[in-house]
Design a protein around this ligand. Structure first.
Ligand SMILES: C[S@@+](CC[C@H](N)C(=O)[O-])C[C@H]1O[C@@H](n2cnc3c(N)ncnc32)[C@H](O)[C@@H]1O
Length: 292
């Protein structure tokens, strides 16, 4: 007499009978959870693109470790910078006010959810860049966060600017003083803007048109402005291998961090970084092993 366990495990009929059982046991709870996320998000959020979300606590901790490896700083230092942004009530309040007074208030959520941008902030605080070039501004959440990091760097004696490109003229409603003084908008096609850009770039971040061809075009356009220790980042490494290929071309390390959104249906974006191990700070005079 064959046992039920053996029947399921070793017979073709057992495998067929398990199909509805597996669906009810594993599929239905998962679908119910996803449906819950969708229903809550559909009612509570106004966003219809460029989703913002918080990270799960575990994912946030892993983000700190990732940025520590990329920058060559201690994890505790990076965690301190992440907490600094999370606890910056003034920035949060200004971002909220900007959204609520913007014509975009019906399609944007007032509460800033930084997600992966916690990592961008910590990276800028740790490395003290002089020049960041970001492509793709949209509402300006990433630009505002990096400008806030530069503003704090400036007050510590390490001034820097984030140049941010977008093809949409009225982008960046979140850019507000005093952080805005650390930011310059370049309106127009980003490859065109990069080609005209004439300063050495410490950090380059691709977050504009997410096709492999366009991403690669940006990397080639910025290449003459990069130096030995430049960090090159992409918000598109979830979808393409272009930054990994660019890292190989330049003899750089490549690492990818995958976001894990908290209570959100979106599976998450991520941060790709091409970097040289050991870069700690760009600004001459900062605690650094960068040649300057
Ligand atoms: C994903 S959003 C940027 C998100 C932003 N970095 C953030 O942190 O929220 C992409 C942006 O790229 C812009 N964009 C698309 N094609 C572009 C192009 N050819 N040149 C410049 N910007 C472009 C879009 O207008 C859009 O605002």
């Amino acid at each position: 007499m064959i046992s039920i366990r053996s029947f399921i495990r070793y017979t073709a009929l057992g495998r067929i009978l398990m199909i509805p059982v597996r669906f009810l046991r594993f599929g239905v709870p998962r679908l119910a959870q996803e449906l819950g996320y969708f229903l809550r998000w559909s009612c509570a959020s106004k966003e219809y693109y460029n989703w913002t979300y918080d990270l799960t606590p575990l994912n946030r901790d892993y983000l700190a470790s990732y940025i520590a490896v990329v920058t060559g700083h201690e994890v505790a230092t990076i965690e301190g910078y992440i907490r600094e942004l999370e606890n910056d009530a003034e920035l949060r309040q200004r971002l909220r006010q900007q959204t609520l007074s913007s014509p975009d208030r019906h399609s944007c959520d007032a509460e800033p959810r930084y997600g992966k941008r916690l990592g961008w902030y910590a990276l800028v605080r740790a490395t003290k860049p002089r020049v960041i070039l970001e492509t793709g501004v949209d509402r300006g959440l990433g630009t505002a966060v990096m400008a806030a990091a530069l503003y704090r760097n400036q007050r510590e004696g390490y001034p820097g600017l984030v140049f941010a490109t977008d093809i949409v003229r009225d982008c960046g409603h979140l850019l507000v003083e005093p952080y805005r003084q650390c930011c310059r908008l370049l309106i127009g096609d980003s490859i065109e803007s990069i080609r005209k850009f004439d300063q050495p770039v410490d950090i380059f971040l691709h977050d504009s048109l997410h096709t492999p061809e366009y991403e690669w075009g940006e990397f080639l356009a910025v290449e003459p402005r990069l130096h030995e220790a430049s960090l090159v980042m992409s918000d598109n490494s979830l979808m393409t291998t272009k930054l990994r290929e660019f890292a190989q071309r330049r003899g750089l390390e490549f690492l990818y961090f995958q976001d894990q959104p908290k209570d959100h249906w979106w599976p998450g974006d991520g941060i790709g970084t091409a970097f040289r191990l050991g870069t700690k700070a760009f600004f001459a005079g900062a605690k650094s092993n960068h040649p300057g």
